[in-house]
Ligand binder design. Structure first.
Ligand code: ADP
Length: 137
C-alpha cells in the first residue's frame, strides 16, 4: 500500500504578519513539524557576513537549503520565513503569503522591538518609503 507523505507548507510574508503564531498553532493542531528559518540559522550560525546597512547577519541561503533538504524530502514540515525566493519550489505542496494592513503591522513591530527605525520599515516593505504610515487619523 502506498502511504501518502504529509504535506510541506511554506508560510511567508513581511515580518509581523503572523507567520510564527499561525505556524505554531497549525503544528500543534496537525502534528506537522514547525521550522522557523530565522531560529534555524541562529542555532546553526548559517550566516555569510554582516549587513552594515541593516545591522544584521546575512543569511547563508545555500546552507539553509542544505540543512533542510532531508527533512523536506520526508514531508510534514511547516516552514516559516519572510523570504521565499531561495527555497526549491519542489519542496512545498502549498504556499501561504500572509498579509496585514500596514498600520496594524507598524504597531505590531513597534510593540515587538520597542521601536521601529526608518530602515526597519524600508526593510519590511522591501522598498524606500517617503513617510512612516500614520497610526491615527
Ligand atoms: N491573527 C492575528 N491577530 C492579531 N494579532 C496577531 C495575529 N497573528 C499574530 N499576531 C501578533 O502579531 C505579532 C507578530 O506575530 P508573529 O507571529 O511573530 O509574526 P511573524 O512571524 O510573521 O513575524 C505578535 O505580537 C502576534 O501576537
Amino acid at each position: 500500500m502506498k502511504i501518502m507523505k504529509r504535506p510541506n507548507i511554506l508560510l511567508t510574508g513581511t515580518p509581523g504578519v503572523g507567520k510564527t503564531t499561525l505556524g505554531k498553532e497549525l503544528a500543534q493542531r496537525t502534528g506537522l513539524n514547525y521550522v522557523n528559518v530565522g531560529d534555524l540559522a541562529q542555532e546553526g550560525q548559517l550566516y555569510d557576513g554582516f549587513d552594515d546597512e541593516y545591522q544584521c547577519p546575512v543569511l547563508d541561503e545555500d546552507r539553509v537549503v542544505d540543512e533542510l533538504e532531508d527533512r523536506m524530502g520526508d514531508g510534514g514540515t511547516i516552514v516559516d520565513y519572510h523570504g521565499c525566493d531561495f527555497f526549491p519550489e519542489r519542496w512545498f505542496n502549498i504556499v501561504f503569503v500572509l498579509r496585514t494592513d500596514n498600520t496594524v503591522l507598524y504597531n505590531r513591530l513597534e510593540n515587538r522591538d520597542g521601536s521601529v527605525t526608518w530602515s526597519d520599515w524600508e526593510k519590511v516593505n522591501g522598498r524606500k518609503e517617503t513617510h512612516f504610515p500614520t497610526t491615527g487619523s
